[in-house]
Design a protein around this ligand. Structure first.
Ligand code: ARG
Length: 437
C-alpha cells in the first residue's frame, strides 16, 4: 500500500473510522452529522481535522491493529500528546525531549506508552518529519581495520550526521542526534540532553565480570519514522513508545551478528567451548545475556517484560478481543520471541494477517532516510536518445524533489526500492498454510 501524499483524504475510509469511534464511544452521539461535516471539509480542502477524541482513540486503534506488536494488551493505556500546533523545528525538538521525559521517568521508576502526534500531511504539501528510526539510538563508527565501534546498523546514519557537523565521543554507546526536517527550517540536527536519555548499565546477577563488558541500553524504545494513518489522514511525524521486551535487547540488539554481536564474547568469558556447535555455547551465552538485561532493568526500575509473561499476556489479549468479536491480526514471525520460541504459548498457533486501519506504516522513503541519513532522490530518468526529439513534461509527476530540502545535500542517496519496504526479517517459519482441519 504505497502512500500517495498528493491524494485527497479517502472519505470512505474517514466515514468507516468515524463510525467505529462513535460506536465505541457512545457519548459522542449519532455519527451521521459528523460524517457530513467531514465530507464537506474534504470537498473544500482535501482533508479534515480530527477532534481530540478522534485523534486519541485513532492512535489507540492504530496500536491495537499493529500486527507485529506482542504488547497490544495495553492499547487502551496509550498516552496521546496532541502536538499538531507545533511546526518549527526547534519547537518540535523540545516536544520530542518532553515526550521522552513523559515516557520514562527515572525518579518515579516508571515507563509508560506515549505517542506525540504532530501536524498531518495535507495533500500535496510538504510536511515535517524526523529522519531517525528511533529517538534514542547508538552511533556506529567504522575503525581503520574495518570493524565497527558501536551499532553497525547506524554506521551510514552516523557518517551522514558527522558530515552535518555532529561530533560523537567515539565510544560504543554514543547517543545519536535527532534529525528534524520541516518545510520552513529545512534539515536541522539536535543533540539530546543527557537528562532526556534514560540508560541502564548492564550487570549480571551472578557473573561479576559481566559489568566489565561495559554494555548498556536505553530504557525507552521510541519509534520515530512510522506514519500514523487515522481515518484517511496521515501523520508522518508521530513518535510512539512502549517499554522493552528483554529479548529485543538481549537476543537481537546486543546479539545479532550485524548488531553488537556480543554472543561470542560472552561465551568466551563464560569459558564455553566455542569450537563446536554441540556445546550450545550460543544458546547458553544468549540466555545469560538476556538474564543480565532483565536483571539490570529491574534493578534500575526501568519497566521491561520477559518473553514468557508477555506471550501469555498476548494470548489473553487475543482471547479478550475475539470474545468482543474483533479478530486480532498478527504476524507470527514478529510475535514469536527470538529465543525459546517453543517454550512460549504464542509459538503454538497460527494467526490471521490483515491490514486494519488506523495503523502505522513504514514508508520506503522513511526507511531510507533512517538507514542512510541522507535525503532520497529519485533515480535519474534515462536520458532521451539524442536522435529522438526532446520529450517534454516527462517526470513531472515523479518523486524527484518530492521532499523539501532534498536538493541541498551534497550526497543524496538513491532510494533502492521505490514503494517496496524491505522485509526486516526473513520469516523463519511460514504463517501459512494454516492447519486445514
Ligand atoms: N525492537 C526495537 C528495539 O530494539 C524496538 C521496537 C519497539 N519495541 C517495543 N517494545 N515497543 O529498539
Amino acid at each position: 500500500m504505497p502512500w500517495r501524499p498528493d491524494a485527497p483524504v479517502n472519505t470512505a475510509e474517514a466515514a468507516e473510522f468515524l463510525r467505529q469511534v462513535h460506536a465505541d464511544n457512545p457519548g459522542l452521539g449519532p455519527v451521521a452529522h459528523r460524517i457530513a461535516e467531514v465530507e464537506a471539509e474534504v470537498a473544500a480542502t482535501g482533508t479534515y481535522t480530527h477532534t481530540s477524541t478522534e485523534l486519541t482513540y485513532g492512535a489507540k486503534l492504530a496500536w491495537r491493529n499493529s500486527s507485529r506488536c506482542i504488547g497490544r494488551l495495553y492499547w487502551h493505556s496509550l498516552v496521546v500528546r496532541d502536538c499538531r500546533h507545533v511546526t518549527a523545528a526547534d519547537e518540535i525538538f523540545t516536544e520530542l525531549v518532553e515526550h521522552l521525559r513523559v515516557a520514562g521517568d527515572r525518579n518515579r521508576r516508571a515507563i509508560r506508552p506515549v505517542i506525540s502526534i504532530f501536524g498531518p500531511a495535507a495533500p500535496g504539501r510538504p510536511f515535517a518529519r524526523v529522519w531517525n528510526e528511533q529517538l534514542v539510538r547508538y552511533a556506529g563508527y567504522v575503525r581503520a581495520d574495518g570493524t565497527v565501534l558501536g551499532d553497525p546498523r547506524y554506521v551510514d546514519f552516523t557518517t551522514a550526521v558527522v558530515e552535518r557537523g555532529w561530533r560523537g565521543k567515539g565510544e560504543a554507546f554514543d547517543v545519536l542526534p535527532v534529525v528534524v526536517q520541516t518545510p520552513a527550517d529545512g534539515v536541522r540536527v539536535f543533540e539530546l540532553p543527557d537528562a532526556a536519555v534514560w540508560e541502564v548499565p548492564l550487570v549480571h546477577p551472578e557473573l561479576p565480570w559481566f559489568a566489565d563488558l561495559g554494555l548498556r541500553w536505553h530504557a525507552v524504545p521510541a519509534i520515530s519514522n512510522m506514519r500514523l494513518t487515522i481515518g484517511g489522514v496521515d501523520y508522518p511525524l508521530a513518535p510512539f513508545n512502549g517499554w522493552y521486551l528483554g529479548t529485543e535487547i538481549g537476543a537481537r540488539n546486543l546479539a545479532d551478528p550485524d548488531r553488537f554481536n556480543m554472543v561470542p564474547i560472552v561465551a568466551k568469558a563464560m569459558g564455553l567451548d566455542t569450537s563446536t556447535e554441540r556445546s550450545l555455547w550460543r544458546d547458553r551465552a544468549l540466555v545469560e545475556l538476556n538474564r543480565a538485561v532483565l536483571w539490570s532493568f529491574d534493578r534500575a526500575g526501568a519497566r521491561i517484560s520477559d518473553h514468557h509473561t508477555e506471550s501469555r499476556h498476548f494470548i489473553s489479549h487475543c482471547t479478550r478481543e475475539e470474545r468482543a468479536g474483533r479478530p486480532v491480526p498478527a504476524d507470527w514471525t514478529w510475535i514469536v520471541p527470538p529465543i525459546s520460541g517453543g517454550a512460549t504459548p504464542v509459538f503454538h498457533r497460527y494467526y490471521e494477517e490483515f491490514d486494519l486501519r488506523p495503523n502505522f506504516y513504514l514508508d520506503a522513503e522513511a526507511a531510507t532516510l533512517a538507514s542512510t541519513g541522507r535525503p532520497v532522490l529519485a533515480r535519474p530518468a534515462p536520458r532521451p536518445s539524442p536522435r529522438l526529439p526532446q520529450q517534454h513534461g516527462r517526470g513531472s509527476h515523479g518523486p524527484a524533489n518530492a521532499h523539501p530540502g532534498a536538493h541541498n545535500h551534497p550526497q543524496p542517496a538513491i532510494c533502492p526500492n521505490h514503494g517496496a519496504v524491505p522485509t526486516p526479517r526473513l520469516p523463519l517459519r511460514p504463517a501459512y498454510p494454516r492447519t486445514s482441519v
